[in-house]
Design a protein around this ligand. Structure first.
Ligand SMILES: Cc1cc2nc3c(=O)[nH]c(=O)nc-3n(C[C@H](O)[C@H](O)[C@H](O)COP(=O)(O)OP(=O)(O)OC[C@H]3O[C@@H](n4cnc5c(N)ncnc54)[C@H](O)[C@@H]3O)c2cc1C
Ligand code: SF4
Length: 349
């Protein structure tokens, strides 16, 4: 059996042919393994089951039937620059034509919906799929909705289910409902805000999925991936990154706001250590830069004295006098003058 294509359907066809008793199954794909869109795990399992994959090979024409067999002319391919899909363009290699003899050939290079049964006044897209309003999935015919592969082109089950839900919401609204179709079977648990439950969880590797032994696999259509035992499933769940916690994190202010309001509550949270602080007026212009052996005490004093200050920022630093002159130098370079209150103090001295 020869199968032409490189997607999931092509791989499915090879594995089905194997199960139906084909002695040899050849898959012809015109690009290399890197560009192959099929799921790599499925490709690996197909190869384990004996499927022979011919990369960089394309069928040219069917030469005819030779007795029982079908003669297929193939050509070898080299890859050129990427095309619009981002995959490298397949270019035929001259004089590399050769024949392959097959009993049957399956073509899995794409699908399109059969829309012949639909009324003529239903609008289709250029691709031959059903045209819909992307927000409601309603077609141009009022009260007629469409979704799934017939709308998106070949996609996946989960996409089709999502479209089914979307269409159901729209249909509910169309019929006068509120579009609320959710059925909550269990209440969501309050998330524990601790990220990662165990030490070194990020380094834990994926638990291997047990599979049906090879000889049993190819004899029928039993499920190949057998599922995880409870113990292994719990082990695997411990690798969870807790992405759900992001739902509870309030959006950050970007760029980060480094100034706080100059009030006693904020000052009470400042450590009593050495460092440098800056005071700002209501327009957030720096009016004073100072180093101090005790940040909190100094700021409390300034709160009483400097009525002009509306915001402040601080940095802990044991070398606070050095840091103070660095910050003043930087301010001087940027503004060509001293901060307003530093200037007044300078005048005093
Ligand atoms: C070989 C193969 C393997 C695949 N493997 C996977 C996979 O592993 N994982 C995955 O997620 N997806 C896979 N897919 C894709 C997946 O099957 C589809 O994306 C999905 O089934 C689309 O769902 P749907 O409801 O839009 O269409 P369909 O599942 O195609 O359902 C359309 C239904 O409409 C019926 N119908 C058509 N015309 C009429 C008519 N005139 N009157 C009444 N009924 C009609 C058809 O009989 C069919 O039952 C695979 C597809 C193929 C072909
Ligand atoms: S998607 Fe869900 S299960 Fe997977 S890591 Fe994120 S929170 Fe955990």
């Amino acid at each position: 059996i020869g199968v032409i294509g490189g997607g999931d359907v092509a791989i499915d066809a090879t594995r089905t042919a194997t199960r139906l008793g084909a002695e040899e199954v050849h898959l012809l794909y015109r690009r290399s393994g890197e560009e192959m869109p099929a799921d790599p795990e499925q490709v690996e399992q197909a190869v384990e089951e004996g499927v022979k994959i011919h990369f960089l090979m394309a069928p040219q024409k069917i030469l005819g039937e030779d007795g029982e067999a079908l003669r297929l002319e193939c050509i070898r391919i080299r890859l050129g620059e990427p095309d619009a899909s981002g995959r490298r363009r397949p270019l035929p290699i001259e004089d590399s034509e050769h024949e392959m003899s097959l009993d049957q050939m399956l073509v899995a290079i794409g699908q399109s919906p059969d829309t012949t049964f639909l009324p003529d006044d239903l609008t289709l897209t250029e691709k031959g799929t059903i045209a819909v309003n992307p927000d409601t999935l309603e077609t141009n015919l009022s009260g007629v909705f469409a979704g799934g592969d017939a709308v998106t082109g070949a996609a996946s089950i989960v996409d089709a289910i999502a479209e089914g839900r979307k269409a159901a919401i729209s249909i509910d609204r169309y019929l006068g409902g509120d579009g609320e179709i959710d059925e909550r079977l269990v209440e969501a648990e309050e998330a524990d805000p601790w990220l990662g439950q165990m030490e070194g969880f990020a380094a834990k590797s994926r638990v291997q999925m047990p599979c049906l032994p090879l000889e049993q696999r190819v004899q029928g259509f039993s499920v190949v991936e057998l599922g995880l035992e409870k113990e292994k499933a719990v082990e695997e769940a411990k690798r969870c990154l807790r992405c759900d916690l992001r739902l509870q994190i309030s959006p950050v202010t970007l760029p980060p706001e480094k100034w706080q309001e100059f009030n006693s509550q904020n000052i009470s949270l400042v450590p009593e250590t050495s460092g440098v602080y800056r005071l700002l007026d209501e327009t957030k212009t720096i009016i004073y830069i100072a180093g101090t052996p005790n940040l909190r005490q100094d700021l409390e004093k300034q709160l009483q004295n400097v009525k002009k200050a509306h915001y402040f920022g601080y940095q802990e630093d044991p070398m606070y006098t050095k840091r103070e002159s660095e910050l003043i130098q930087r301010f001087l370079q940027e503004h060509g003058r001293m901060p307003e209150l530093n200037d007044e103090l300078l005048d005093l001295f």
